[in-house]
Write a protein that binds this ligand. Structure first.
Ligand code: TYM
Length: 334
């Protein structure tokens, strides 16, 4: 780690067998770019994922696949620290301490908790409720300056800032108060079947989400079926959620501005545009899919990467945790 550089932390859940295009555009794609200018720490947050029911064998398989996918998406495990959250005990330990600096009322206001508890009425567990505290621990354990996320995680990040400030207020300046890094374009990619909702892994309608590991035909088929508004012009406009979403996706993937995209498809209909978006996205994802599949054949290499990643992660956070324990008044262990 270069001490001159600021530190970035971010995480992604290993649910499902792939990331969505929303995860990719809103977060993971930027994680790769940020490696040039920051010290980066990226985690597959498996502890978070058991707040909803998982099949253990599938979770294990999906976690390894997600780890390989991060590398396939351009995260370099030598340059960045890339590890499984459950391999670094400091996250859970710090989470306990921070939970004593977090109010019940604050957690009750989290929209993700409200949404998920409404969706999984048979399993409104305590972990689902304290989920944002663990997320705060993830970030604060590294004293991260910046946290690249999609806009749906903004409320959690704000809570992490409040917890940091509260702890600092009680014990003196200690935690870095992290800033969110939310992309201007692509911070909330919408479902292709209901563009008023975000694209999500947990969407029951599988046509709503494009997955990074979808094959070319599947990607094109999903875009061809994408719900658009009445109208035919490829123009970004208020209230036209469907076409706005497609324009956003196309412009992020091609690097063209929204205006350039509108000009390129001037006079062309929705059908032609949907096909172009589908093909462009599929071509963009193809090399990622290939890289992922070759990485999955080299389990030994993956293991070396995540073992090393956990050791590097632990060496940063153990120092933070020791200081936190001292600050809150625990007797030194050594
Ligand atoms: P998760 O796994 O739901 O999503 C990973 C990242 O993808 C972003 N994202 C999106 N961005 C744009 N459009 C979408 N449709 C879309 N869907 C998801 C998310 O905002 C996120 O950045 N709680 C986090 C994981 C986490 C974390 C952390 C993140 C745990 N600890 C510490 C940052 C820092 C989550 O469930 O993300």
């Amino acid at each position: 780690m270069n001490n001159e550089k600021k530190l970035i932390f971010s995480g992604i859940q290993p649910t499902g067998n792939s990331f969505t295009l929303g995860n990719y555009i809103g977060a993971v794609r930027n994680w790769g770019t940020l490696q040039n200018d920051y010290n980066c720490v990226y985690s597959i947050v498996d502890l978070h994922s058991i707040t909803v029911k998982q099949v253990p064998a599938e979770l294990r398989k999906n976690s390894l696949s997600a780890y390989a996918l991060l590398i396939a998406c351009g995260i370099d495990p030598q340059r960045s620290v890339v590890f499984f959250q459950s391999h670094n005990k400091c996250h859970a330990e710090l989470s306990w301490v921070l939970s004593c600096y977090t109010q019940f009322g604050e957690l009750s206001r989290m929209t993700q908790f409200k949404d998920k508890s409404a969706k999984h009425t048979d399993n409104v567990n305590a972990g689902l409720f304290t989920y944002p505290v663990l997320m705060a621990a993830d970030i604060l354990a590294y004293n991260a300056d910046l946290v690249p996320i999609g806009v749906d995680q903004k409320q959690h990040l704000e809570l992490a800032r409040n917890i940091a400030q509260r702890f600092n207020h009680t014990h003196g300046e200690f935690f870095t108060v992290p800033e969110a890094y939310i992309p201007k374009v692509g911070q909330k990619i919408k479902s292709l079947t209901d563009p008023t909702k975000k694209m999500s892994k947990s969407d029951e309608n599988q046509n709503g989400s494009v997955y990074v590991l979808d094959d070319k035909d599947t990607v094109i088929r999903k875009f061809k079926k994408a719900v658009t508004d009445s109208g035919s012009e490829v123009k970004y406009a208020d209230g036209k959620d469907g076409i706005n979403n497609l324009i956003t996706i196309y412009s992020v993937i091609t690097g063209k501005s929204i205006q350039e995209t509108e000009r390129e498809f001037d006079g062309k209909g929705y059908g032609e545009f949907k096909l172009a978006v589908g093909e462009t996205v599929a071509d963009h994802l193809a090399p990622i899919r290939e890289k992922h599949s070759s990485l999955m054949e080299d389990k030994q290499y993956l293991k070396e990467c995540y073992t090393e990643g956990a050791a590097r992660a632990m060496s940063i956070t153990q120092k933070t945790l020791t200081k936190v324990y001292r600050k809150v008044g625990f007797v030194d262990a050594r």
